[in-house]
Design a protein around this ligand. Structure first.
Ligand code: XMP
Length: 331
């Protein structure tokens, strides 16, 4: 019935296949770009990574990916992104290491909204200054996907939010055009394209990660030492979840550093150290979410390892708040 409706009434042909999408898009990009350059802001998230891989297949070194490493990613993630794109794909890869600049802007700031604003503004300035300096012509590419356009008010859809995948271009920078090769795809299709293009599984199936990164998971003031503690604890959590095969049962999980110190005992000595919280949720759309029912023995292992392996942590708690009333992120 549905088939007859689609084929006979709507005159669909059923010719859309992943391979043909890749081939057609590659041809379109080549035709549009000619011998000009394309610059793309790579965040290391699924969408911008798949867009980068696709454009690289089309035009190789005419593509420049600019990756801003603000020091607020998960442990070793900046290196992972750099290795992936420099080793697997043909492109110019530019990594801007600006951890110190971000930390100095965040010094003494503990209000969540102020932190978000500072991180967002700093990112915008660093990224566009680099483009102005070296790549401010040719084409600009973005990893916009179909739901981003809906959320940003395509056609008659209500404007819910301006999505982070669509970065505003400053007025003084004039590109010939914007290229958005994934603009008609849903997330699962984007992941399928990523797999076909040979992106690593960890990148294609990456969990959502907030734009301000660990800046909103280190509660209160963000310092280099507190980011390090959180990265270590979070890496242990990920490692244990991968080992026990529980990672795929959850939509998102991560560690949080709430900025609370508690008294403990280690050997015969009193400790007064940081608390780490574990957050893990299951959800279909992130508008609502359930806290994940991780078995106690897995939680126990994670807790033991964090306390034994991460200096300055002496207590681990598990967040059992659903959304609503909690949000997924703590800030
Ligand atoms: P909340 O905390 O609002 O999170 O329940 C819902 C989902 O959105 C992610 N999130 C963000 N993603 N920029 C992003 O790109 C942000 O500022 C941001 N804040 C939250 C969060 O990780 C969760 O998946």
């Amino acid at each position: 019935m549905l088939r007859a409706f689609l084929y006979d009434v709507c005159e669909c042909k059923g010719e859309w296949k992943m391979d043909s999408f890749i081939d057609t898009t590659v041809e379109q990009i080549r035709a549009q770009v000619g011998d000009k350059g394309v610059v793309l802001g790579l965040s290391g998230g699924v969408d911008s990574s798949v867009a980068a891989a696709l454009i690289s297949k089309a035009i190789g070194k005419q593509l420049t990916c600019v990756f801003v490493d603000q020091g607020l990613m998960r442990k070793d993630e900046g290196d992972f992104v750099e290795n992936t794109f420099t080793k697997l794909f043909d492109m110019n890869f530019v990594r801007i290491n600006c951890q110190d600049e971000f930390l100095s802007k965040l010094k003494g700031v503990s209000d969540p909204e102020d932190k978000r604003k500072i991180i967002g503004t700093e990112f915008y300035n660093v990224f566009w200054n680099k483009i102005r300096e070296s790549y401010g012509s040719g084409f600009f590419a973005q990893g916009t996907i179909y739901p981003d356009r809906i959320e940003s008010g395509k056609g008659d859809a209500a404007k819910i939010k301006t999505h982070h995948n669509q970065v505003g271009v400053p007025e003084d920078i004039k590109f010939e055009d914007i290229i958005e090769p994934l603009k008609d795809l849903f997330k699962d299709e984007v992941r399928a394209v990523g797999e076909k293009l040979g992106l690593p599984h960890d990148l294609v199936w990456r969990q959502p990660f907030p734009g301000p990164g660990l800046g909103v998971r280190v509660i209160g003031e963000v310092t280099a030492e507190r980011v390090r503690i959180l990265q270590e604890a979070d890496a242990i959590l990920r490692d244990e979840m991968d080992k026990c095969g529980y990672a795929d049962k959850m939509s998102q999980f991560f560690a949080v550093l709430p900025g609370v110190k508690t008294v403990g005992v280690m050997g015969d000595a009193r400790t007064y150290s940081e608390l780490v919280a574990i957050r893990a949720v299951t959800t279909d759309d992130f508008m609502t979410a359930d806290w994940a029912k991780i078995p106690y023995d897995i939680l126990g292992k994670v807790s033991n390892r964090i306390i034994n392996e991460v200096t300055h942590v002496n207590r681990v708690v598990y967040d059992i708040t659903s959304k609503p009333p909690g949000t997924v992120e703590w800030e």
